[in-house]
Design a protein around this ligand. Structure first.
Ligand code: PLP
Length: 401
């Protein structure tokens, strides 16, 4: 890398869809409950019992970000728990309904529940997406059956940032008497969400994607929806989730939600500007690259770029040497590197599916960081391509793959 001479000591963190840095304000908000105010909000004595007010404060802050009632929020340990709670809680509450509709591009917290549901005798229809990652509403409508309990469709995809037509899906669900759950883990804080106005019955979210710590999340459950708890225990969370409330993390989540509401316009304008600069810069400086998924509507912070004729993992390791953190979205399953199920579902071509990289930004990223990435990336890719056995489609065909 002869000409790259601006190595940075400080990490350029472009993996915010994986997790985010904890906002200093969120950290401050949790500390009193780890130090002096360590009581149990369910206690009879005021040292603990008075902390109920703090739980309410956090709940109100989240409800205000989501446009719902505070009592409609149940705190959980993470987005995955919220997704499990939504699906299993409804399946248990409506045993006569035996069919669920979802999509092929859901997060594993939904997708990996399917074998369990089938084992319990439920039928599950997974709606395919097109090459741009979009879903066809007609196909959802056609899939609805007499005993369909639920449509579960994510708000926005974690790998591509593609936003789904949740309003239209919700309206369809209402019309047909089916419940609608949306995994909004990636949408919260990045898009305005107004549940007052949106026909969504249950909505999952997670703290560590919005600058709160890992280990806290929540599920919005619209008033009147019948659901069974996933965690059976005490009467916390109005008997919807047992377990002593994680007040420090709940307080941090509340504060992070408040910050997210303040920063949502910056997310839409400055973060989107930086994402676009990165994307356009890569597409114009590096040959044989393209954006995976539709660019509109899409989360303002995410771009997933297919870089043909390289291995994404090799690129991540090379970028790591330059202190740039991004992600491929692929999972290392039983020793073999499997391309992402989302990109496979979209039919991304063989020559770029292995070389697809997701960059996801946050309000903490700067233009200088983007300039740095644009400076070093073309050279890194060129070097990797020199090592690759494939340089064109003809090479790929010649290898018989
Ligand atoms: N759903 C989506 C769309 C996600 O992106 C994630 C995390 O990446 C989750 C669910 C799981 O959230 P958590 O890590 O809080 O369990």
């Amino acid at each position: 890398m002869g000409s790259i001479n601006s190595y940075r000591e400080k990490i350029v963190y472009l993996d915010n869809n994986a997790t985010t840095r904890v906002a200093p304000e969120a950290l401050e908000a949790m500390l009193p409950f780890l130090r002096e105010k360590y009581g149990n909000p369910s206690s009879m004595h005021s040292f603990g019992g008075d902390l109920d007010i703090e739980l309410d404060r956090a709940r109100r802050r989240i409800a205000s970000l989501l446009g719902c009632q505070p009592q409609e929020i149940v705190f959980t340990s993470c987005g995955s728990e919220s997704d499990n709670f939504a699906i299993r809680g409804l399946v248990d509450a409506y045993p006569e309904k035996r069919h669920i509709i979802t999509t092929t591009v859901e997060h594993p917290a939904i997708k990996n529940q399917i074998p369990y549901l089938k084992k319990r005798g439920l039928r599950v229809t997974e709606i395919a997406v097109d090459g741009k990652g979009n879903i066809d509403l007609n196909r959802i409508e056609e899939a609805i059956e007499e005993d369909t309990l639920l449509i579960s469709c994510m708000y926005a995809n974690n790998e591509t940032g593609v936003i789904f037509p949740v309003r239209e899906i919700g309206e369809l669900a209402r019309r047909r008497g089916v419940l609608f759950h949306s995994d909004a883990v990636q949408a919260l804080g990045k898009l305005p969400i107004d549940l007052n106005d949106l026909p969504i019955d249950l909505l999952s979210f997670s703290g560590h994607k919005i600058h709160a710590p890992k280990g806290i999340g929540g599920l919005f459950i619209r008033r009147g929806i019948k659901i069974r708890p996933l965690i059976i225990g005490g009467h916390q969370e109005r008997s919807r989730r047992g377990g002593t409330e994680n007040l420090p993390y709940i307080a941090a989540l509340g504060r992070a939600a408040e910050l997210a509401a303040e920063n949502i316009n910056e997310e839409k304008s400055r973060v989107a500007y930086l994402r676009d600069k990165l994307e356009v810069g890569i597409l114009s400086a590096i040959e044989s690259t393209e954006v995976n998924g539709t660019t509109e509507p899409r989360l303002p912070n995410t771009t997933n770029i297919g870089i043909h004729f390289i291995e994404g993992e090799a690129l991540l390791l090379a970028m790591d040497k330059y202190n740039i953190a991004a992600s491929t979205g692929s999972a290392c399953a039983s020793g073999s590197l499997q391309p992402s199920h989302v990109l496979r579902a979209m039919g991304v071509p063989f020559t770029s599916i292995h070389g697809s990289v997701r960059f996801s930004l946050s309000i903490y990223n700067t233009e200088e960081e983007i300039d740095y990435v644009l400076q070093v990336l073309p050279e890194i890719v060129e070097k990797l391509r020199r090592l690759s056995p494939f340089h064109s489609l003809e090479d790929v065909k010649a290898f018989g793959v």
